[in-house]
Design a protein around this ligand. Structure first.
Ligand SMILES: Nc1nc2c(c(=O)[nH]1)N[C@@H](CN(C=O)c1ccc(C(=O)N[C@@H](CCC(=O)O)C(=O)O)cc1)CN2
Length: 275
């Protein structure tokens, strides 16, 4: 039996908890999303974040900038939001247009307002296992695994992909949950041989349909972080239909990890607002 994990349902539960806690705060936490340019997928994600902000009873401090905006102007906007006491969280939507330096801009966000958990400071706190705001997608994956009762301690977790947005922090978080972690990437010699060893397989490779039945150990939990827009709709990095009767749990695309990314952003914003 293979369970298709309902990420929307788990995200709704997390969102409801955040909304209830916000109602007791006595003030509305403010989240600033910054969208540079007109990438259609980014526009969809930012719209989803802004909707969640309003539904949670928070203040939507969204800013849009044209694709040609100079680095200095984005930096100045971040500095202004960093100094604004009504702004609890700042999120720079990725990817940015090619002329902008994402690392330099992200690092202008003060650690206390880094609700995306992507600054060098937040990454360092995660690496050292110290308290800090964690990246939203890997946090969502941990939440999904926990909600399904998937045992992380002592499990062999294989993470496919090593981005600073997902793969790298994901591996570190699984390590902090006492999993034995392997990271695979495009130079990994025999991907299928490694992934077939995984009790927990997290795929964030950005390659549509990369992972199929031949990559999965019977009884594994398979988490698909990929999201690709095709003429036939959204698909992930995993050929999910092939895993029926093989994997114990699988996340669908859409409706798996994606909604959790937004739910964990709301949870991080609440945490940032609480100091
Ligand atoms: N600053 C950031 N940029 C990006 C992040 C991030 O965490 N911080 N992650 C991704 C995109 N992303 C959030 O921004 C994101 C991706 C997917 C979803 C989502 O809800 N997906 C739905 C389908 C929605 C649709 O496309 O119709 C699903 O999977 O069910 C939310 C957020 C890159 N950039």
């Amino acid at each position: 039996m293979t369970t298709f994990i309902d990420g929307k349902a788990v995200a709704l539960r997390v969102g409801a908890q955040v909304t209830a806690e916000v109602a007791t705060l006595g003030r509305k936490p403010g989240l600033a999303t910054i969208l540079v340019g007109d990438d259609p997928a980014s526009a969809v994600y930012v719209a989803g974040k802004r909707k969640a902000v309003r539904e949670a009873g928070m203040r939507d401090l969204h800013r849009s900038l044209p694709a040609t905006v100079p680095q200095g102007q984005v930096a100045a906007m971040i500095d202004e939001l960093a100094a604004d006491p009504g702004c609890d969280g700042i999120l720079l939507q990725l990817p940015l247009p090619a002329h902008l330096d994402p690392g330099a801009l992200i690092d202008r966000i003060p650690a206390g307002k880094d609700v995306d958990g992507l600054t060098t400071r937040s990454a360092g706190l995660l690496a050292r296992g110290e308290n800090g705001l964690r990246p939203c997608t890997p946090s969502g994956v941990i939440e999904l695994l926990a909600s399904e009762g998937v045992k992380m301690r002592g499990a062999h977790a294989v993470v496919v992909g090593r981005s600073s947005l997902v793969g790298h922090p994901m591996a570190e978080m699984l390590l902090h949950h006492d999993a034995t972690v392997s990271i695979a990437h495009k130079h990994t010699a025999d991907l299928a041989a490694l992934t077939r060893e995984a009790d927990i397989l997290v795929v964030a490779a950005g390659v549509p349909g990369l992972i199929g039945a031949e990559h999965v150990k019977p009884g594994a939990a398979v988490i698909d972080v990929g999201i690709h827009r095709t003429p036939h709709g959204l698909t992930g990095d995993v050929r999910t239909a092939e895993l029926r009767g093989i994997a114990a749990q699988v996340t669908p695309v859409p409706g798996g990890v994606g909604p959790m990314t937004i739910a964990m952003l709301m949870a991080n914003t609440l945490r940032a607002a609480c100091g």
